[in-house]
Design a protein around this ligand. Sequence first.
Ligand SMILES: Nc1ncnc2c1ncn2[C@@H]1O[C@H](COP(=O)(O)OP(=O)(O)OP(=O)(O)O)[C@@H](O)[C@H]1O
Ligand SMILES: [Mg+2]
Length: 323
Amino acid sequence: MAVIASSNAPVLLMDGELAIVAASDSFCDTFALDRGDMEGSTLAGLGGGEWGGRQLGSLLKGTASGLAEIDAYEMDLERSGQVSRRLVVNARKLEGDDAARIRLVMSVSDVTDARIAEKLKDDLLREKAILLQELQHRVANSLQIIASVLMQSARQVRSERARGHLRDARNRVMSVATMQRQLAASRLGDVALRPYFTDLCESIGASMIQDRDQLSLHVTVDKSMAPAEVSTSLGLIVTELVINALKHAFPRHRKGKILVDYHSKGEGWVLTVRDTGIGMPANLADAKPGLGTGIVQALAKQLGAEVRVAAAGPGTIVSVARS
Ligand SMILES: Nc1ncnc2c1ncn2[C@@H]1O[C@H](COP(=O)(O)OP(=O)(O)OP(=O)(O)O)[C@@H](O)[C@H]1O
Ligand SMILES: [Mg+2]
């Protein structure tokens, strides 16, 4: 009894009829009970009867008869004029020499505040995820608006050169917009590359291929997923290489194909863009590196990958590989 009384945790000692034998100070303090009133009372008689719940009573009776033990039973303690408290109750029957003298120990912990804190944390996390998704949607929308403004400007300018530049700029923006859309659709922050590259090439093709019977664009990608930053870089590389093939490989309505392939193996991966066009200019002076080459080189370096350009007979094959 001394052990019970001096316990720091809210603990009750009861007999087989659930009459109170002893209570810890902490029990009296936590549940605002007067020690004097507790003597001779049963559990159901404590305070305003808030401990008299039928379920708790029958569980304790079961424990007293040795049929069961109460292990983390959760209950709400309702007291008039007070906020309900969520409690976790454990109870054991004490084994003694005297079979007729039954003793039950019931310990109670108040988990109300912990549960509120947990719920708050869950709510905050959920809210953050929703905000992030919302932000991604908005970024994707804004980028699409920029892309469409660039496209409209491209239609209005007279110079063929300026039109080309505006169309390329539109495709670069679309590359990131498509990526953002994929990211918003994914839960883990990883992007599935197949739908991403497929959408991306569809969008570039729609803006740059006039006759789909003449030129076709195919995408083959395995089931790879990649983190957002890596995906963005890969998408921009695909954009530059596909634009190059469309711009340079098929002059004068030449027929042909462009193939985009990506597959990974362990940590490494290979991205290739192949066309069946006229091939790189034999004369180096004619293949003056432009912005595209700069973008591809810089992104490949960032990814720890190497760029190789080779003749494909017919056409060109550019591979970007990380081993
Ligand atoms: N698939 C290809 N087929 C034939 N020639 C190509 C191909 N890709 C690139 N080239 C040649 O390489 C040159 C350099 O390409 P790069 O992407 O660096 O610049 P660009 O496409 O001319 O300009 P920008 O990329 O800045 O719009 C091109 O001008 C073109 O002559
Ligand atoms: Mg280019």
